[in-house]
Design a protein around this ligand. Structure first.
Ligand SMILES: [Zn+2]
Length: 172
C-alpha cells in the first residue's frame, strides 16, 4: 500500500457522533470485516495493492452502536489553552499563560473544565484568591467542557476537510 498513509480516518458511531480517529489500515479492516461503512473518501487518494485499488476512506460509520459514556477531551493544560484559543480569558493576552481556578480552590473550586480558565500571569495574580466578581474581573466566556468534535474541527480544517460535514461544534 502506498499514498499518504499518514492520513487519519474519522470513525463515527451509529448515531453519527465521533468516537475515534484511526489509521487507514484499521479503517480498512473495519470495513472489510463489515463492522463499518465508508461515508466519505479522500477522493484524490487511492490505495493500491498488487491487483486491486481502493478508495482511501476519510470517514467511516460503525454498523453497531458503541456505548461510550462520554468521549470527551482529556483535561490537561494543553487542551485547556487550546479551548481558550491560547488567550487570557480576562484580558486577551497571549503571553505568560497560566491556569486560573475561576472559583478559587480555597473556596471549594474544583479542577474541572467548567471551573478552569486560561489566564495570563498578570490577571491571575490580580485575581488572586478571589472570585471574578470579588476581583471586579469578567471572563470573556463561561468555561465549558469541549466535545471531541470541537477539537476535531481544528484538525479537520488543516488535514481533512472531508470530515467537516460530519462534525458539529457544540458544548455540553
Ligand atoms: Zn490577562
Amino acid at each position: 500500500m502506498i499514498d499518504s498513509m499518514e492520513k487519519k480516518v474519522l470513525v463515527l458511531n451509529l448515531d453519527h457522533s465521533p468516537v475515534a480517529i484511526v489509521t487507514v489500515q484499521k479503517a480498512l479492516v473495519l470495513t472489510i470485516l463489515q463492522k463499518a461503512t465508508s461515508l466519505a473518501n479522500f477522493d484524490y487518494l487511492r490505495i493500491r495493492t498488487i491487483d486491486r485499488e481502493f478508495f482511501y476512506p476519510a470517514v467511516i460509520r460503525l454498523y453497531e452502536y458503541k456505548n461510550i459514556p462520554y468521549r470527551g477531551v482529556m483535561l490537561n493544560r494543553a487542551n485547556l489553552y487550546k479551548r481558550d484559543n491560547f488567550s487570557c480569558q480576562y484580558c486577551g493576552s497571549k503571553k505568560n499563560l497560566t491556569i486560573d481556578h475561576v472559583l478559587p480552590k480555597s473556596k471549594g473550586g474544583k479542577t474541572t473544565w467548567t471551573n478552569l480558565a486560561t489566564a495570563c500571569h498578570r490577571c491571575n495574580t490580580l485575581k488572586g484568591d478571589k472570585t471574578p466578581e470579588q476581583a471586579g474581573m469578567k471572563l470573556f466566556a463561561l468555561p465549558f467542557r469541549p466535545t471531541l468534535s470541537y477539537f476535531l474541527v481544528e484538525y479537520a480544517e488543516r488535514h481533512a476537510e472531508e470530515w467537516i460535514p460530519f462534525l458539529q461544534v457544540r458544548s455540553v
